[in-house]
Design a protein around this ligand. Sequence first.
Ligand SMILES: [Zn+2]
Ligand SMILES: [Zn+2]
Length: 80
Amino acid sequence: MCERCQRDLTDEVHHIVPVSQAPELVFDRTNVIGLCRRCHYGVHHLGESVSEPPPAPAIPKPDELDELAEGRLRASQLIG
Ligand SMILES: [Zn+2]
Ligand SMILES: [Zn+2]
């Protein structure tokens, strides 16, 4: 599990102190963190912090929720 967002599977290992700055820490467990692809990309390319979890996923808009509820209603009518 990604150690940052706790949502996605760990895909990649990130070095907290870049290996270019501290080659001796390359195998140091305290210097590595398992991240999902999304978090790893964010940390490297979007200036996000490893210690800060990413923003929550967008919540569905109210009209989308209505559609979901309608879908459930229709499904239950079919069954009933
Ligand atoms: Zn993640
Ligand atoms: Zn990295």
